[in-house]
Design a binder for this molecule. Sequence first.
Ligand code: C2E
Ligand code: MG
Ligand code: MG
Length: 331
Amino acid sequence: MLARCDLTLGNAPDRGASDGEERDGEARHGEARHGEARDGEPSHGGASEEATASDALPARRFGTDPERRARNAQHRRMARDLAAAVADEAFVLHYQPRLALGGGGWTGAEALIRWPHRRNGLVPPGSFIPLAERTGQITPIGGWVLRAACVEATRWGSLNVSVNVSARQLADGALLRQVAEALETSGLEPDRLEIELTESMLVDCGLETLLTLSAIRDLGVGIALDDFGTGFASLAMLKRLPLTVMKLDRSMVRDLPGDREDAAIVRAIIATGHALGLGLVGEGIETEAQRAFLSASGCDEGQGYLFSHPVPPAKLPAGFIAAPQEERMLA
Ligand code: C2E
Ligand code: MG
Ligand code: MG
């Protein structure tokens, strides 16, 4: 299960940092990006174990010895730096706003983690979350993300905040406690928090996962199925899980409205989601034509560069932070 999640994150090269500032930073990510390529390889359970395991593999796969040693040294450096960052809680959250497609303005924002690194600039999640998953550091990182995002959202009037949760965080049994603590320390109303899970995390989920998710839902917290359309979610799974929202993956939105098959599939997913009582969110909306198609197809909310890149809290759109209800309406 963890290997599948690693692949989801590690194989998403164009999901890197994205707003103006972040694009500048990305050019400085040579080292982190290099690490990302290795993240797509089979996981061996930690940086030092990884060096041992790759030593046993043929040189033609991993390059010459000096190359391999350099890569391993770089990997160990990344793991050390990440451990220090976890101890110092030295991460930042950017937020990507979500919009009601039928009119009515912003509905909330998704928290997206970045790691400010002294040499590599602002490192995007795809470059360090897989490593944090393998080492178990994702659990304290995930707890920090929940706390920081809930505190930030208390400044947003009644808008919601969504937080990505990792498979390891769920498997470690920490998630329910972390969610409850984040709500208690921030004072955020539970129905303004949503956690996002991916299909790959849930395909083989057992009774314990189901009970954890039900307990989180019982607190009043929303549960979104992220990146829908990239994994193996079945209708039975959609029925069994206490979901509130389905997020259509960017890959399903990309070729809309021109691709007839994608258009038909997206319409069917929206109808199915609504029949199950779920809200539908289109991800990765970059063009007006995509927005118009999703809106006409009944998709409830949208998120994407067309509306806003992920931004630091201070750069959230006007009318977002602590705006009175009526000022939140878009022109
Ligand atoms: P995600 O949760 O599906 O987040 C959406 C990703 O798509 C973000 O990349 C966002 O910047 C990007 N994106 C948004 N709109 C557009 C668009 O219109 N076009 C394109 N091309 N891309 C768009 P980001 O921030 O690099 O995050 C990548 C993934 O890392 C996230 O995918 C999520 O799975 C993971 N992630 C981010 N923050 C956290 C976190 O705090 N905890 C965990 N466990 N995972 C996280
Ligand atoms: Mg997400
Ligand atoms: Mg997504």
